[in-house]
Write a protein that binds this ligand. Structure first.
Ligand SMILES: Oc1ccccc1-c1ccno1
Length: 240
């Protein structure tokens, strides 16, 4: 997978080159190129924003600069353009899986009050454009949202996680939240590990973990239960 990121703060994306993701990049499992939007400015001030039509607070990112950047970066093919914005569709594990199947993603990091809409409308004439939100809150810019999405997507790529089963069993993989996890010692500050996890009875362990996931989902994210496909809950699940 090829990933390009366009931003006015390229160094903001440096953490993506650390640890697991950094090793995956070094191993060639994905490429990550970060581009400074100001490289496509032509004025001494390298201006990337201007006042909003219709008035209002803040500034809007200029279409000309973004247009030239995307023209150059996307000249060799048809990537999916991903634009993080509070006004976007929710970025979920299902969207991460969708993106992990794409050969090439270009992320556009907006700042200020956002990017002139015509940039996205023009890009949509020649590539898929996705406006996505990582949550119902407002950030200062898209860079942190891009780091969240790149990590969520990259960990799903073959070979990135040491144990592929991790991606199959993490939260949301079956539509439920993950239950609690435990490791040694058996008792810590008078809190014991649930007996079933030390029983060696894998059928009972699997059942307990499923029940814990159901209970946690019911209490914290009942919306996920409503969204489960028909038949996702068996008779025992429904009895919980
Ligand atoms: O709040 C933002 C500002 C700029 C770019 C993206 C965001 C955002 C907020 C939630 N998801 O994305």
């Amino acid at each position: 997978m090829r990933i390009d990121v366009v931003t006015i703060f390229p160094e903001y994306l440096d953490p993506l080159r650390q640890a697991l993701l950094g090793r995956a990049i070094d191993r060639g499992l994905l490429t990550l190129d970060v581009h400074d939007l100001r490289a496509w400015t032509h004025d001494v001030h390298k201006a990337v924003d201007d006042s909003p039509y219709g008035g209002g607070p803040g500034m809007v990112m200029k279409p000309q600069v973004w247009g030239e950047a995307l023209d150059e970066l996307c000249a060799s093919g048809t990537p999916r353009l991903v634009v993080p914005t509070p006004a976007g569709r929710p970025f979920t594990q299902a969207v991460a899986r969708e993106y992990a199947a794409q050969p090439w993603l270009v992320f556009a990091c907006g700042r200020y009050e956002g990017i002139d809409q015509r940039v996205l409308d023009d890009a949509a004439r020649r590539m898929p454009v996705d406006e996505v939100s990582i949550g119902d809150y407002v950030l200062v810019g898209g860079e942190v949202a891009v780091m969240v999405m790149v990590e969520a997507v990259a960990r799903l790529l073959p070979g990135v996680l040491g144990n592929p089963a991790s991606a199959e069993q993490d939260s949301f993989s079956d539509g439920l939240l993950e239950g609690p996890s435990y490791t040694r010692p058996e008792v810590w500050r008078d809190l014991a590990v649930p007996d079933v996890l030390r029983s060696g009875n894998h059928g009972a362990i699997d059942r307990w973990r499923r029940d814990q996931a159901l209970a946690r989902t019911f209490h914290r994210r009942p919306d996920l239960l409503d969204a489960l496909p028909e038949g996702a809950l068996d008779k025992h699940d429904r009895a919980q």
